[in-house]
Design a protein around this ligand. Sequence first.
Ligand code: DX5
Length: 222
Amino acid sequence: TRPIQIVPSVLPADFARLGDEVAALEAAGVDLVQWDVMDGQFVPNLTFGPDVIAAARSHCSVPFEAHLMVLTPDAMAQQYVDAGCSRLIVHAETAPHLHRTLDNINGMGARAAVALNPATPASAIEHVLDLVDLVLVMTVNPGFGGQAYIATMERKIAEVRAMLDERGLSDSVDLEVDGGIGPATIEGAVRAGANVLIAGSALYKDPDGLEHAVSHLRSLAE
Ligand code: DX5
């Protein structure tokens, strides 16, 4: 299995100072930043267009990944690659031709990844695991930060981990979990098979700051 990664979601950051915020994340020692891209259609919230991410790109040198919670990933993917995202995470529920969508993203020189909403079965990604370097299992219903972790998703996390193991992909494909990750939930997610943990509110509400929050979560996960 690939190493544990604690990855911040920018969703709770101060949107009036995003350049400084991603610089602060880099200073806190993170090695990847996730942008929760929401279009107000697939999820009831609207966040970052490509120009916002492009503006923040020059303030930070760690890779960006875009979690595309959008109804039209095919129409938007290239713009997010051009904005500086090196991985695009497409929701299986938003691509009727998911295999082609992921293949196209790989063709753009970015890395393709696929996400599953809580109700979507792991089998939905069974035939595209050769096209991705990450699978995201959502542990909240997407749209907002600060929601409660859906512990029943641990069954699905374990299912995806088993799918990766039986295909010999656990050394090349990450299993990411996003939603409600914090000190009380991270160990269950890792025990179930996650190795990349997205945290938003748990990082930003830590009174001891981002660096402490990241290292605290990492110590619980390893
Ligand atoms: C949901 C978002 C959130 C965010 C993290 O659409 O994807 O899960 O990344 O939010 P927290 O860590 O506050 O649950």
